[in-house]
Design a protein around this ligand. Structure first.
Ligand code: NDP
Ligand code: MG
Length: 384
């Protein structure tokens, strides 16, 4: 059997490590041909010695320079985002996994799709801010495979059914570490508390987004784009057991739900192996009998980020990109201890409310609006 030749962008991050764990478990199915990250020299150096790719990329030129003298490294070392793009289009790659944070890999995502590669996508920022320009590049029905666990669940539920049969999509949220907090308690949340997610072990930024419920709001925007479904047919519920990840209601009134242990290696394996099922799950599913699964409404007053994202979804145009940018800056200020946890939604709201510009007309304009969102939120954070 021919091995799938992979390029993993964001290999040193939380999702990237899950992807590589699947590759480590199934070396007979996957060959890691290329690895990329931003600046983590030691980490990518070690992964390169383990997986032996032909090519290793650090987008940070200083990092790439240091990586060239990493002891024992045989692979070609390249620097910059152009190298991501060129590698994503390269004929010796079959499948590109986009698991980096930010929008630096957007060119590589576009190049992979244009060149007919299968793409597993974890990155939310690119698809929410610039989906209008990314989605038309898809040439096959299952070419783009979501890795975000809720979207992967929905993708599995929809299967090959036409979208005209989908009545409603519901994404689940664990509710984050502060699900039962009062407004007063939320005011006192520290960065250390917010990055410590009770269910998922993730990067710092997305952990804070999970705690504010902004992550769920961004995921609603992500689902709108990935599945071409309008905002009023997508919702979120709290499922504290984190066993059900996505629910699709079809036009005939039946629901399909996708359930699994909360382990990012499972959506990664489902996307990488598609259309096959992986031979055995990396984590065995526990006993079903005796399990309870409950769904409840999130409190949008206590967690206004969810309401703000829904509003951005309804308004469309520049608002999704602005929201992504504003949230990124506000979370950075919070992680540095410069604003309170409850200031994050205020910063985002001020940016959305103050915006007087029009809708983006190109991918570059969408990315410029995202940057503007960051700048405006940073200004707000410096003032408070
Ligand atoms: P992390 O912060 O853990 O890792 C980010 C990764 O991206 C690192 O490998 C980093 O490299 C790399 N990176 C950042 N910028 C660039 C760039 N310009 N070019 C190449 N590589 C880059 O993030 P997560 O793994 O948590 O999240 C990654 C993405 O997946 C985000 O968009 C997130 O929203 C999404 N996601 C995450 C989930 C999770 O469980 N963590 C679940 C669903 C979606 P370096 O180490 O060198 O900085
Ligand atoms: Mg998710």
């Amino acid at each position: 059997m021919k091995k799938i030749r992979l390029f993993v962008i964001g290999c040193t991050g939380s999702v990237g490590r899950s992807i590589l764990d699947v590759c480590r478990t199934f070396p007979e199915y996957f060959e890691v041909r290329a690895l990329a990250a931003r600046s983590s020299v030691e980490e990518i150096g070690r992964l390169s010695l383990e997986f032996n790719p032909n090519r290793v990329i650090l987008t940070d030129p200083g990092g790439a320079e240091r990586l060239r003298s990493f002891p024992g490294l045989q692979a070609e070392v390249l620097a910059g985002e152009d190298a991501l793009e060129e590698t994503a289009a390269s004929p010796d790659i079959d499948h590109v996994a986009v698991a980096s944070s930010g929008t630096g890999a957007i060119g590589a995502l576009a190049a992979a799709l244009k060149n007919g590669k299968d793409v597993s996508l974890a990155n939310k920022e690119s698809i929410v801010a610039a989906g209008e320009w990314i989605m038309p590049l898809i040439s096959g029905p299952r070419q783009l495979r979501p890795l975000d666990s809720e979207h992967n669940a929905v993708w599995q539920c929809i299967g090959d059914r036409p979208l005209s049969q989908v009545a409603k999509i519901t994404l689940t949220a664990s509710g984050g570490p502060f699900r039962n907090f009062s407004a007063e308690e939320l005011d006192k949340v520290t960065p250390a508390m917010a990055v410590n997610h009770p269910v998922w072990n993730m990067g710092a930024k997305i952990s804070v987004d999970s705690a504010t419920l902004m992550n769920k709001g961004i995921e609603i925007l992500e689902a709108m784009t990935l599945f071409s479904v309008p905002a009023d047919r997508i919702d979120a519920v709290i499922c504290p057991e984190s066993f059900v990840h996505g629910i699709v209601e079809f036009t005939d009134g039946s629901f399909l739900m996708s359930a699994s242990e909360p382990d990012m290696r499972l959506p990664c394996a489902s996307a990488l192996f598609y259309p096959r099922r992986s031979p055995f799950p990396p984590a065995r599913t526990a006993e079903i009998a005796g399990r309870t699964v409950t769904f409840s409404r999130p409190d949008e007053k206590l967690f206004p980020c969810l309401a703000l994202a829904k509003e951005a979804a309804r308004r469309g145009g520049p608002f999704p990109a602005l929201l992504i940018g504003a949230d990124e800056a506000a979370v950075e200020y919070f992680l540095r201890g410069e604003i309170r946890f409850t200031d994050i939604p205020s910063a985002v709201e001020s940016v959305l409310e103050g915006w007087r510009g029009g809708s983006p007309k190109s991918l570059d304009e969408a990315l410029a609006i995202l940057e503007e969102g960051k700048n405006l939120a940073a200004e707000f954070c410096r003032r408070i």
